[in-house]
Ligand binder design. Structure first.
Ligand code: NMN
Length: 173
């Protein structure tokens, strides 16, 4: 039945080069990708500094930077729920039909596997370096190196909304 779609859940706080390489990898194997922007209700904390809307903006900018055809990409925010067992069904309510789930997150992989989906564990692209936690820690330290871990347009966007300042204000040191 026509197009093959992969579901790619993540928090994207913020999206970095590892995410964009992963999205490219997925689109080499599937016709379309559904990016689930998880924990959509969260923002303004150290682990989740950016709103779902801001994460959509950043993902779009980065995808344009790397030349990905946006007509092959869905971006859908999904809030968290208390009940892990029911979460795959919850996600299904918000997204178009999909064939497989791509996730390196053991909980996400397990929940969708038990629910009956094909689950693919993707390669990690330079995980030590390309990690959103590392990006946020560098921002907090005032180390400009964080900019090299995200596409230039994403770095500019974060600065335009005062993202680094926000992270500092909401993080107790
Ligand atoms: O691997 P990360 O980037 O953490 O992304 C996974 C996303 O999926 C997170 O936003 C996480 O909160 C979400 N998730 C939600 C539930 C739930 O709502 N019960 C369960 C598993 C994963």
């Amino acid at each position: 039945k026509g197009v093959k779609r992969a579901l790619l859940p993540g928090r994207f706080q913020p999206p970095h080069w590892g995410h964009f390489r992963l999205i490219k990898w997925v689109l080499e194997r599937f016709d379309e990708v559904i990016i689930v922007i998880g924990s959509a209700q969260k923002s303004h904390s150290f682990s989740n500094p950016f709103t779902a809307g801001e994460r959509i903006e950043m993902l779009r900018l980065g995808l344009k930077d790397v030349g990905i055809d946006l007509s092959r990409v869905f971006m859908i925010p999904v809030t968290d729920i208390e009940t892990n067992f029911v979460w795959p069904r919850w996600v299904e309510m918000f997204v178009p039909r999909f064939d497989c789930v791509v996730s390196g997150n053991p909980l996400v992989a397990r929940l969708f596997f038990e629910y009956g989906y094909c689950v693919i564990t993707p390669p990690m692209f330079d995980r030590e370096r390309y990690s959103a936690t590392v990006v946020r820690r560098l921002m907090l330290k005032g180390d400009a190196e964080w900019r090299s871990l995200v596409p230039p347009s994403v770095a500019e966007y974060i600065e335009s909304i005062g993202g680094v300042e926000r992270l500092r204000r909401v993080t107790e040191v």
